[in-house]
Design a protein around this ligand. Structure first.
Ligand SMILES: Nc1ncnc2c1ncn2[C@@H]1O[C@H](COP(=O)(O)OP(=O)(O)OP(=O)(O)O)[C@@H](O)[C@H]1O
Ligand SMILES: [Mg+2]
Length: 233
């Protein structure tokens, strides 16, 4: 579904991504794990058309490098950004409306209903300013906002960051459920243990390069991964 080949991202003199290649097959959950500054967010930003990029990114067979972000969203790729980036001074409903910018006006209500089915708490708070939500609720809103664009490929940048363990399990459960309903997922996480548990295949990113890739079930037992990313000595 998504084929990334020899992807490079530079920020001035900083060479953040040094020619990485990976695939996201339709219907799968693929994870990119790596420590701070490895280039995880840069990878998702490159796919979303948010940073200047060299190399090739093919989505459903067509090249998207150089395409505007709103066109990429229309093609079916949505991103839940690191740190949620909700619009704090807008209501929950207005945040969802922003996410659904590409929808026909008469399908907006259906979109809200689908998000509210997934996250009933957002329905209760629909008219409340988003900045008043708890961290976990804000993550759900960020997810709901992304879903409003009806993506076929959903990218999530560290959805578990800063959340209590119970909420983290809830968020990962929802990712799994979306995938069971047919959505393809590209998940970026520092929480490698949880990400590898729910994903099919994983890539390990270090200093802008992919140093290891394998089925997630193999990465969980890989000694190097256990030492560096699963907190085992
Ligand atoms: N806007 C920017 N300007 C300059 N350098 C940047 C910019 N954004 C990222 N970088 C640098 O690019 C490299 C990769 O950053 P990136 O945010 O992609 O890493 P990450 O894996 O998402 O890290 P984290 O786990 O901290 O979120 C880092 O060295 C970072 O300092
Ligand atoms: Mg990041």
């Amino acid at each position: 579904m998504l084929k990334v080949n020899n992807l490079n991202v530079y920020y001035g003199v900083i060479h953040a991504l040094k020619g990485i290649s990976f695939n996201v097959p339709e219907g799968k959950i693929i994870t990119l794990i790596g420590s701070n500054g490895a280039g995880k967010s840069s990878t998702l930003k490159a796919i979303a058309g948010l940073v200047h990029t060299k190399g090739s990114i093919k989505f459903l067979g067509s090249e998207i490098v150089g395409t505007k972000t709103y066109t990429i969203v229309r093609k079916g790729i949505a991103k839940v950004p690191e740190g949620r980036k909700i619009f704090s001074n807008l209501t929950i409903l207005e945040n969802l409306r922003m996410g659904g910018f590409n929808r026909e006006y008469n399908t907006l209500e259906r979109g809200y209903d689908e998000v509210f089915d997934l996250f009933p708490i957002l329905k209760e708070r629909a008219k409340q300013l988003a900045g008043t939500l708890s961290g976990g609720e804000q993550q759900m809103l960020a997810l709901g906002r992304a879903l409003m664009s009806k993506p076929t490929l959903l990218m999530l940048d560290e959805p578990s960051l800063g959340l209590a363990p119970k909420i983290v399990s809830e968020v990962f459960g929802i990712i799994k459920r979306l995938n069971s309903n047919g959505m393809t997922i590209l998940l970026v996480e520092q929480n490698a243990a949880q990400a590898l548990k729910i994903s099919d295949y994983g890539y390990v990113l270090e200093n802008g390069k992919i140093i290891l890739e394998d089925k997630s079930s193999n990465l969980i037992t890989n000694e190097q991964v256990r030492k560096s990313y699963l907190g085992e000595i």
